[in-house]
Design a binder for this molecule. Structure first.
Ligand SMILES: [Zn+2]
Length: 435
């Protein structure tokens, strides 16, 4: 007897009418038209069953702090960093934990079940580190939270950052972070990359740096990051987050850079909502978009994920943990409008970040964890178009969140009594039945 059987599901890879059989929290079989006794049967009615969304880049220590102690007036990255500096001394562990847990509730409701969050280590009290380590344990039953030791004020520029970063890793933070473009000089930026990559190599950890988050075409720390990755044998474990300067770089230089990144096995994370909002602020017209060169990176064989980055914090007053909103913005900013490019945008918030985080048992295949989301859409492109409702979210084969299908009742002469926004005739809301 199975624990759960989902029938008539469409999958992101285009397979339809699939059955997914679950036993003890794992997928045991995935095949068309399977019928077998189960404690719970869900008819997906042709809708899309996806592995959970994954956010490869977030800041959970600042989330939901919008307006504290004041609002970012200029809307720039630098005022955001200054504002966060004003807020830091006022933070309490209880408040950080409460806000992070509230955000994780949103994430679960959105089918976002794995998040890599940077945590600022420049406060010598390491208050945020302690708080998020606590949150990581508390949400473990439903969200994989991976933490990055992030020296927000600069590894070399902030007096005790190196020591604090090592302490944070000793306390159990998972990944080595950095911010080379915020160091005082290009040389210091390169030195920070070297030091951090060596630390990661010594400890066998992954690396995820905020890298070249500026409109400066000469900000080339990604070159150092690729070089150190190659030199230290860290291939496949290193990510450059943001890489917005690449938008403004000379084309000839980029034609050399992309093969270096590919050779080093360095992945990229763009943060479309934040990049389009924060970059180009010093431009008049034309205004640069600022997001990194996503289609070109993908064409060079470099994995690219899209992150949420911020939600209601000093840098961004919007956001709600909706990775389909993130994919929607990324698709527009990068003009990834072909059918295959739109599917790549869906991958950028599911399978690609899962690989970057190194998630165990992720995906829709026998043996994988029975974590998935039933979307009110028939395929990944429709899911992005509608920022589709997450009808049901399962973790280890158990429903942890559900939202009713968005169906409007109409009162129009000669028109149907109700409408959903699905392109094809709307199926009924899938109903779970117990036997
Ligand atoms: Zn960030």
């Amino acid at each position: 007897m199975l624990d759960l059987l989902i029938t008539h599901a469409s999958l992101p890879d285009g397979r339809t009418d699939m059955s997914v059989a679950v036993q003890q929290g794992r997928i045991v079989e995935l095949t068309p038209g399977l019928l077998a006794p189960a404690h719970e049967v869900v008819d997906a009615q042709g809708l899309l069953l996806s592995p959970p969304f994954v956010d490869a880049h977030f800041h959970m220590d600042s989330t939901l702090s919008f307006g504290l102690p004041r609002v970012n007036q200029s809307g720039t990255l630098l005022e955001g960093i200054a504002l966060w500096g004003e807020l830091k001394p006022l933070l309490t562990q209880e408040a950080i934990v409460a806000r992070a847990l509230a955000y994780c509730d949103w994430a679960a409701a959105r089918g976002l079940l794995a998040i890599r969050s940077h945590v600022d280590v420049c406060d010598p009290r390491l208050l945020a580190v302690e708080a998020l380590l606590h949150v990581r344990e508390q949400v473990r039953p439903y969200i994989d939270l991976q933490l990055v030791a992030f020296p927000q004020d600069g590894l070399l520029r902030s007096p005790a950052a190196r020591e604090n970063l090592v302490r944070a890793l000793d306390m159990g933070v998972d990944v080595v972070g950095g911010i080379p473009h915020f160091e005082r000089t290009m040389a210091d930026g390169a030195e920070s990359v070297r030091w951090l990559c060596e630390l990661a190599a010594e400890r066998g950890l992954r690396v995820d740096m905020h890298c070249d988050e500026s409109d400066d075409p000469l900000s080339r720390h990604i070159e150092s990051l690729a070089y150190e990755t190659q030199r230290l044998g860290l291939q496949g474990r290193v990510v450059g987050s943001h890489l917005t300067s690449m938008h403004s770089m000379d084309n000839y230089y980029v034609s050399k850079l992309l093969p270096l990144m590919k050779e080093a096995g360095v992945a990229a994370i763009a943060n479309p909502l934040i990049n389009i909002t924060l970059q180009g602020r010093h431009d008049s017209y034309p205004k640069r978009r600022g997001m990194t060169r996503v289609p070109e990176l993908l064409a060079a064989g470099i994995p690219v994920a899209f992150g949420q980055d911020c939600a209601m914090d000093p840098w961004y007053s919007l956001g709600s943990g909706d990775m389909l909103e993130v994919a929607h913005m990324g698709l527009h900013v990068a003009q990834m409008t072909s059918q295959s490019a739109m599917r790549q945008c869906f991958d950028a918030v599911t399978t690609t970040p899962a690989a970057i985080l190194g998630l165990e048992g992720y995906g829709l295949q026998p043996g994988a964890r029975a974590d998935f989301v039933l979307l009110h859409a028939r395929d990944p492109i429709e899911a992005i178009r509608l920022r589709a409702t997450r009808l049901q979210v399962w973790k280890a084969g158990k429903v942890i969140a559900a939202t009713p299908a968005p169906v409007a009742q109409l009162q129009l002469p000669g028109r149907p009594a109700s409408v959903s926004l699905l392109a094809a005739p709307a199926p009924q809301t899938p109903a779970a039945s117990r036997h």
